[in-house]
Design a protein around this ligand. Structure first.
Ligand code: SAM
Length: 224
């Protein structure tokens, strides 16, 4: 596999269609400044999330896994003035970095960041009667992806788009014997997606500036 051509092509695409402004560039820089690993979506993937949010006329977005707020910024910028991204983050340190980056990007008023483990927050959102979301982006820890998806369905309405990142993992998902709990978590999720008769779903392989991976895209509801 010629990774160089994939990275070069991805840069060509993002230069053309997903150029980063200062706030996005500074968000990426803030991750280096804190010597954290770069685990945000790429610029072209951020733009993809925007396209999806606009396609479904999203005003309510749920994100699992804020990190430094990079994807949150792309999503918040796709929303109208009254739109909101509810984003869940387990690490206080990440949430603090994200808060600064979201403020710097001018989107803090469109973001409701909730600190804690998604598996604790999501059931409470459901029992508290949280209104359904238009788009749900799952990008937190991988072992509980299937559980996250089940909660996401309970926070959806027909037409809600659910997007889950990192579901190919450089092809490691092909190995049913993998001892990597992230691979096993994603394999359980992918199977759940295939078995669920109430969603129409596929997985898009992704290559580019990041490693070979994939995004699952599911719309709640199935045409007859
Ligand atoms: N979506 C971000 C972006 O593209 O800019 C990247 C998210 S990063 C891949 C995953 C994030 O999920 C990390 O910040 C991590 O701390 C957070 N996380 C991990 N486990 C979590 C959990 N159980 N609940 C909520 N967040 C979690």
């Amino acid at each position: 596999m010629n990774e160089n051509i994939f990275a070069q092509t991805d840069r060509y695409i993002s230069d053309l269609l997903a150029p980063e402004d200062d706030a996005l560039r500074q968000t990426i820089q803030s991750i280096d400044d804190e010597t954290l690993p770069q685990m945000s979506v790429s610029a072209s993937q951020g733009k993809f999330l925007q396209v999806m949010a606009i396609t479904v006329n999203a005003t309510r977005v749920l994100e699992l896994g804020t990190f430094a707020g990079y994807s949150t910024i792309w999503l918040a910028r796709a929303l109208p003035e009254n739109g909101i991204v509810v984003t869940l983050e387990a690490e206080e340190k990440h949430a603090a970095i994200a808060r600064k980056n979201l403020a710097n990007a001018g989107v803090l008023s469109k973001v409701d960041m909730r600190l804690g483990k998604a598996l604790d927050i999501l059931p409470k959102m459901i029992t508290d009667g949280e209104k359904p979301f238009d788009l749900i982006f799952i990008d937190a820890d991988k072992p509980p992806y299937a559980e996250y998806f089940n909660y996401a369905l309970q926070l959806s309405r027909p037409g809600t788009l659910i997007i889950c990142d990192n579901v190919v993992r450089e092809g490691k998902i092909l190995d049913p014997e993998s001892t990597d709990e992230r691979v096993q978590g994603v394999r359980r999720f992918n199977q759940l997606l295939a078995d669920n008769k109430n969603v129409t779903a596929t997985i898009l392989s992704t290559v580019g500036v990041k490693e070979f991976d994939g995004m699952a895209i599911a719309v709640v509801g199935r045409p007859d």
